[in-house]
Ligand binder design. Structure first.
Ligand code: ZN
Length: 427
């Protein structure tokens, strides 16, 4: 029953005391696997798409509706929550999940990407195709930079009020422990495809040194904050498009141990050329320890999720599903299109007649067209519910296909249809 929670304010996920990862099935012909990540706020069946609620809210959608559409966990951002309302506020509230009324598992990104984005003036979507961006489009001039990185950390200017702040690996760990997500990421230096090779090497060395400092501070904070449930720490693999750098990062962080602590899992981050996504991810996942979960940071377009899953990634996050929804763009089995297009004015069919989401069950394309054209707030809510459900369900279907032994067929069927009628499948 959709929205049964309206009369039932308790919605609960199962609880376990600590963090673990169990692999249920591993493909023999690819790196893909099916498993369960157990967190203190419940399990995540993998592969799984983790919707993004950057500032402790998935924009325009209630957490109950996110649970209703099948979201198993949500990912927020440490940088944004540190600036507003302040990570101490989340600590006082009992942690991110409690604060935002989401009882399930939570992730926080370290803030490294956002802080460094200020530094180089990244586009909101990190360049996924080195061919289509000129250097000047991606990297701001020095005088315009809002962040400066050195070997100890990053000094940056708040995008909210211009105040100056400094993130170090220790500060990032302190902030993420206060925010209290089940899964945190180590503070890393995120580069672009346009940085030079010598700079990529320098950034890798920094990320390595920072990873050790994150483990040490994480261990200290875990021992200090004994009343809190365990928070898992994932190391972040950088190295841009370079095979030797990616493999070195995977080897170094995969075996890293400091203060008797190793990483609980790994994030694959940084500059990822879309055309090389599968190659880069497989370099890394062939080296990382098999028994720990791997999260592909910031990837969520349908065709990329297949590439990530078959190359051994377990979880994914991306703001795209909700961000494009607010501009009237929706994913469907027939490709991606914009509901504000006048061809939908008298179209009384659902957005996607194969979708089981609340929006597709109750509303037509004509209604969606109307609320978008009228700039009604509900347009964002309904379109976001559909897009998040579409992506969450797609990855759920990949998981089932792996278990059923028909992943290749399922992928061919989906991509054949998804790209067939739409020239707009890519972002
Ligand atoms: Zn739908």
């Amino acid at each position: 029953m959709l929205y049964g929670w309206m009369n039932n304010h308790e919605f609960r996920f199962g609880n376990t005391l600590s963090f673990s990862f169990d692999i249920k099935h591993a493909q023999t012909d690819s790196l893909a696997r099916v498993g369960t990540i157990n967190t203190p706020h419940g399990p995540i069946q993998t592969p799984a798409f983790i919707p993004v609620g950057t500032k402790a809210t998935v924009k325009s959608v209630l957490p109950e509706a996110m649970a209703d559409l099948g979201a198993q966990a949500l990912l927020s951002n440490a940088y944004h929550l540190y600036l507003q309302p302040g990570s101490d506020i989340l600590d006082e509230a009992g942690g991110l999940g409690e604060f935002m009324n989401w009882p399930g598992p939570t992730f926080t990104d370290s803030g490294g990407f956002q802080v460094l984005s200020l530094g180089v003036g990244f586009k909101k979507v990190l360049a996924m195709d080195a061919q289509t961006f000129r250097r000047d489009d991606v990297i701001a001039g020095n005088k315009d930079r809002l962040a400066h990185v050195d070997d100890e950390g990053v000094t940056f200017k708040s995008h909210l009020d211009g105040s100056m702040h400094r993130f170090t690996p220790e500060v990032s760990m302190q902030v993420q422990h206060q925010i209290g997500a089940d899964i945190m990421f180590a503070f890393d230096e995120c580069t672009t495809l346009h940085n030079t090779r010598p700079y990529q090497e320098l950034a890798m060395d920094r990320t390595y040194a920072w990873a050790i400092r994150c483990l040490d501070e994480h261990k200290r904070l875990t021992e200090e904050r004994t009343t809190k449930s365990y928070q898992a720490l994932f190391g972040v693999i950088q190295g841009a498009q370079y095979e030797d750098l990616r493999k070195k990062a995977a080897s170094d962080l995969g075996s890293m141990e400091s203060s008797g602590q190793s990483f609980d899992g790994f994030g694959i981050g940084g500059a990822l050329d879309k055309g090389q996504l599968g190659t880069i991810v497989s370099w890394v996942n062939e080296i990382l320890p098999e028994d720990k979960p791997r999260h592909l940071l910031g990837i969520g377009a349908p065709e990329d999720l297949f590439v990530g899953v078959e190359n051994g990634c377990d979880t994914f996050d991306c703001v795209l599903a909700s961000r494009i929804a607010r501009t009237s763009a929706v994913y469907t089995m027939e490709g991606r299109f914009n509901l504000s297009n006048s061809r939908f004015k008298r179209d009384f069919t659902p957005i996607d007649d194969e979708c089981d989401c609340y929006t597709c069950t109750h509303y037509t394309r004509a209604y969606m067209h109307h609320v978008f054209r009228g700039k009604e707030i509900v347009s964002a809510t309904l379109a976001t519910i559909h897009n998040e459900r579409f992506i969450v369900r797609l990855v759920d279907q990949m998981r089932q296909a792996l278990l059923d032994g028909n992943f290749a067929d399922m992928k061919a069927d989906f991509l054949g249809r998804y790209t067939h009628r739409s020239g707009q499948a890519r972002d």
